[in-house]
Design a protein. Structure first.
Length: 276
């Protein structure tokens, strides 16, 4: 029996508030992103204390804003993955040259602190856009983590699907890009986001612990094999009550037999080897 746990952190920081057209650049909204740096310090301390590897999808904007903190992520052995320059998602509305420029800039920031470009990518919001898979393949990415055709198993990304309404779905051909599941159910943003209306983001941490631990237990006890990808935003999970809940969740998963904590790159590599 083998279950891998991937702790992943989307370290958006200020980028998701400053970028995009959703918000005005008001000081209080930017400050929510600034708290991400506080949360990141706490998370790195926790990971160090527990000796756990992890993966940080970090926009170039975050790296340029807090270079020393981001260097600490790399120096402490965590993986850095691509997440835009300023949290731009790929989109059909953008020109290809602009999309490439953003990709190259974000990758260069990671290369600078990690000593090599990222091999993994998580879409920074919106939809993936028609060129995105081609670009990830062209730029040598090993895996993507933006979709969940399966909740706990790695899959191959496909190209050439045809979505029809007058007949069955036409599945395209797999390409050399691994998909590691991402789903809102295992993301802290819907539960703890500061931008939900009517404070819906203030869900009790114990309630979220119940959901996440049950998702893990189903994988571990019923399926016995798979990868459990949790997505955290330091600006959400970094608050005290939620940090204590995360500690409890890590305890819960560490106590289960046959469970290893790994980087996404490591899991993607193993999947690729197993398929050859
Ligand atoms: Zn993000």
């Amino acid at each position: 029996m083998s279950v891998s746990v991937c702790l992943t952190f989307d370290f958006d920081g200020i980028s998701s508030w400053a970028g995009g057209a959703r918000h005005t650049r008001s000081p209080n909204l930017l400050a929510r992103g600034e708290f991400g740096a506080v949360g990141a310090e706490r998370l790195l301390d926790l990971l160090k204390e527990r000796g756990l590897p992890s993966t940080w999808f970090t926009p170039g904007h975050t790296i340029d804003t807090w270079p020393e903190l981001c260097q600490r992520i790399a120096d402490e052995g965590h993986e850095l993955g691509y997440h835009g320059y300023c949290h731009e998602g790929p989109t059909s509305k953008r020109e290809e040259t602009e999309e490439r420029a953003i990709l190259e800039r974000g990758m260069a920031c990671i290369d600078r602190i990690q000593g090599r470009p990222p091999v993994g990518s998580r879409n920074a919001g919106g939809n993936l856009g028609p060129r995105w898979v081609d670009l990830l393949l062209e730029y040598g990415f090993s895996y993507d983590s933006s979709m969940s055709p399966h909740d706990v198993l790695p899959t191959w990304v496909r190209q050439g699907d045809i979505a029809r309404t007058d007949g069955p779905h036409v599945f395209g051909e797999p390409v050399d890009l691994v998909e590691l599941p991402f789903d809102w159910a295992l993301d802290d943003w819907p539960y703890f986001s500061p931008d939900r209306p009517r404070q819906e983001g203030l869900r009790p941490p114990n309630e979220v612990f119940d959901i996440w631990s049950a998702e893990f237990d189903y994988l571990h006890q019923r399926l016995g094999e798979g990868v459990f990808v949790l997505c955290f935003h330091p600006q959400c999970i970094g608050r005290g009550a939620r940090m204590l809940m995360l500690e409890r969740l890590i305890d819960h998963m560490q106590q289960a037999e046959g469970v290893s904590f790994r980087t996404m790159e490591d899991v993607a590599d193993e999947f690729r080897r197993s398929q050859r």
